[in-house]
Design a protein around this ligand. Sequence first.
Ligand code: GLN
Length: 457
Amino acid sequence: MHKYDLSVTEFLQQSHSGSIDYNDFIINYLEALKEFNKKLRLMQCVNEKTILPSAELYGLPVTVKDNICTRGMQSSAGSKILQGYVPPFDATAVSRIKDAGGFVAGKTNMDEFGHGTFSVHSAYGIPKNPHDPERTCGGSSGGAAGVVAAVPFPQIALCESTGGSISCPAAFCNVTGLTPTYGLVSRYGLIDYANSMDKIGVIAKRVDDIALGLSIIAGHDKRDSTSLAVQPKQYRVSRDLKGVRIAVPKEYFENLSPDVEKSVWDAIKLLESNGAAYSEVSLPTTKYALAAYYIIATTETSTNLSKMCGMRYGLHKELEGNFNQYFSSVRSEGFGEEAKRRIILGTFARMSGYREQYYMKAMRVRTLITQDFKKIFSKHDVIAAPTMPTPAPKFSEIEKLTPLQNYQMDVLTVPPNLSGIPMISVPCGHTVGLHLLGDHLQEEKILGVAAAYEGLR
Ligand code: GLN
């Protein structure tokens, strides 16, 4: 352990009391970040323009997923089509971090536009798991989770989830990731994947670090029309398990790898023996979630990506032929295979004549899934489940998956993401996550249970 291997809380205490030489700290941090990046391809770019430490966060390093806009720093969402796009503005979450004194340490590598589960669809190299480089970091926020796992310094990572992209990489990299309630954190400046599901959240090593990050970025923003009318506040983390009612949905324990099943049950039993009570419940609409998710996600992304046409953002080419020929040539070159697959699927699902059968039907299924959750939360505080059905797979295993098998890996993370409820994945076995889901705006409940578990583990 070296002198800067501190939690965020320890770093802030020591900084504010004057016992940290910030200059030395940040030089060492950036060196370590670059070193790990060379081996593991976790970053899209590293920011060498350090700041003078000030305010609450005192120059705390904060990495930002590459689909969140950062002023003056390339924001390409992992895609070649946005290569060279340098936003003239910061996303609201980023400006709040900067106002609080955070240092934007760079942009983290990801699946192109958030399309993926293993970060293998980045146009900028594939991030590798720091615990075993033959395995994936998970996706789509693979770089974000990988950096938190690899670089032993106090820091937090801003990232995004549409259908599981925070929980999945947090689980696979043995770190903790919070996806807040939809609308709690402004989406202003987030390069959208599927607007009705996109959420900005936080990955960090400790639950307390996450609560701190959330306290800074959460709260109403008039520049995002879907932002909730919630005032910023300090998120408190109680670790009291007494009287906490945990629901364990049986549908989330089907087809798990044995390691995952055992680790998650051990975690639930540990919570029980420390004061919580659990009961098994059923969420019968779970089986429709994956299909509904992939219809909604691809439909929305196919619309969102139509603005990527080589005129305004990123990749430009010599103007040749008519506009349609120009658009086709830029889009053929700029989009990766998975983005193209999703554009084609989504365009089909929203074509007139099919819209009712696919997109509208999927939206109705989504309502049913939310009602299922609401029923459970009328009698329970949190739902406990595995985050992913397997530990982090090897790239050699991922190569063999068909697109459908690949999408099936998201079976446990898409239902809560469709409903916009908050969730946190906390490590409970090697590259295995315990997933705690809460009712809308009940972030403090899931943070509390996660922190209690973290302390007991
Ligand atoms: N793996 C899911 C997908 O590919 C989720 C991605 C995300 O949350 N951005 O759509």
